[in-house]
Design a protein around this ligand. Structure first.
Ligand code: NAD
Ligand code: DAU
Length: 339
């Protein structure tokens, strides 16, 4: 079994590579990644010498490079994590999101059609459903919830999802889609909320909370997401969408307070800054379908997962300190300097 994992040098993709190499010692895992600002080859250092692993630096939009890789590797399965993934960056500059997230997905699927695969899996997001109101805690996203996007990021992911389903209907491509809630855990790039707050807290810097911080995210430990995708590519029904979430909704402000508490820092580090444009209020996933069909349930509760995550950032300071000492400084100044 050969699996091409795109975006495997990023947060969730790298965790998936580790999970698969560990669980299936007879599988070949080929990682295709462009190494954008969010991709980090040092993350994959522990598996670089594994004979069942290969890393290829390429852009999923590069048809020639993608086709060449398919000719060399004859993959059985493709799991597409590669994407521009940060909502704030999409608000600043949508173009690359359309390019990578939509055209890159089409390029990969064209190769799948040309060379033949048993499964193309698209890693999508709960953000394609838009948001839910704070005063309706009874509402959850199901797979039947209409697509109703808010940001250029979520719109590009929704565009890709529609293409994936169209390739299934039109060409019979054997596809599946997972739409998952916010992940957290090791190797999370430090411009996203949880790692940014951990890093800032450790450096006694302000923790920027957008607006009042009442927005709710449904946090899922990254290992649980990897297990969900593993189940879907092996046992999921072709042409189907599966939602995944932690059933663990938290307000951003409470995340900030919890991180301060865990690290023994004062809550006065929390600073309210100008809100994100078009900011989604609440995400909440109903994972009944993946539970009933595939037996998946999140295993790590947020209270445990956040402790494990903080411990990881304490033990792996070099990983994130290297990142935040580089180009990240310019990003940080641009996004938070006058906010
Ligand atoms: P990330 O930003 O940490 O990593 C993205 C990876 O894709 C990087 O390694 C980057 O180099 C690579 N990449 C970007 N453009 C590429 C291109 N054109 N060609 C090849 N590689 C390219 O992202 P993440 O948080 O790990 O998210 C992975 C996937 O999961 C994305 O598709 C995202 O939409 C989806 N998702 C993320 C979350 C979350 O909470 N982070 C939740 C649900 C779904
Ligand atoms: O729901 C799944 C999505 O989760 C994925 O599809 C995206 O790829 C992923 O980045 C994530 O999107 P969010 O926008 O929810 O994540 P982010 O970490 O950027 O923000 C989480 C919440 O925290 C959101 O309400 C905005 C807020 N926030 C974020 C940052 C970076 C702050 O208040 N301050 C910050 O500095």
């Amino acid at each position: 079994m050969t699996i091409i994992v795109t975006g495997g040098a990023g947060f969730i993709g790298s965790n998936f590579v580790f999970h698969m190499l560990d669980k299936y010692p007879d599988y070949r895992i080929v990682c295709l990644d462009k190494l954008t600002y969010a991709g980090n080859l040092s993350t994959l250092a522990p598996v670089m010498d594994n004979p069942n692993f290969r890393f290829v630096k390429a852009d999923i939009c590069d048809r020639e490079a993608v086709n060449r890789l398919f000719e060399e590797e004859h993959p059985d399965i493709v799991v597409n994590f590669a994407a521009e993934s940060h909502v704030d960056r999409s608000i600043e500059d949508p173009g690359i999101f359309l390019q990578t997230n939509i055209l890159g997905t089409a390029t990969l699927m064209d190769a799948c059609r040309k060379y033949g695969i048993t499964r193309y899996h698209q890693v999508s997001t709960d953000e394609v459903y838009g948001d839910l109101p704070l005063d309706r805690p009874d509402l959850f996203f199901t797979e039947e919830t209409p697509i109703h996007t808010s940001s250029p990021y979520s719109s590009s992911k929704a565009g890709a999802d529609l293409l994936v389903l169209a390739y299934h209907r039109t060409y019979g491509l054997p596809v599946t889609i997972s739409r998952c809630s916010n992940n957290y855990g090791p190797y999370h790039f430090p411009e996203k909320l949880i790692p940014l707050m951990i890093a800032n807290c450790l450096n006694d810097k302000p923790l920027p909370v957008y607006g009042e911080g009442l927005n709710v995210r449904d946090w899922l430990y990254v290992e649980d997401h990897c297990k969900a995708i593993d189940l879907i590519i092996h046992k999921g029904r072709v042409g189907e969408v599966y939602n995944g979430g932690g059933r663990d909704g938290r307000r951003n402000i409470d995340i900030g307070k919890l991180i301060c508490k865990e690290l023994g820092k004062p809550e006065t580090l929390i600073t309210h800054v100008t809100d994100r444009k078009g900011h989604d209020m609440r995400y909440a996933i109903d994972p009944t379908k993946i539970h009933n069909e595939l037996g998946w349930l999140p295993e790590t509760k947020f209270a445990d997962g956040i402790k494990k995550t903080i411990a990881w950032y304490l033990e792996n300071r070099e990983w994130w300190e290297t990142i935040i000492s580089g180009e990240y400084q310019n990003y940080y100044e641009k996004m938070y300097g006058n906010r």
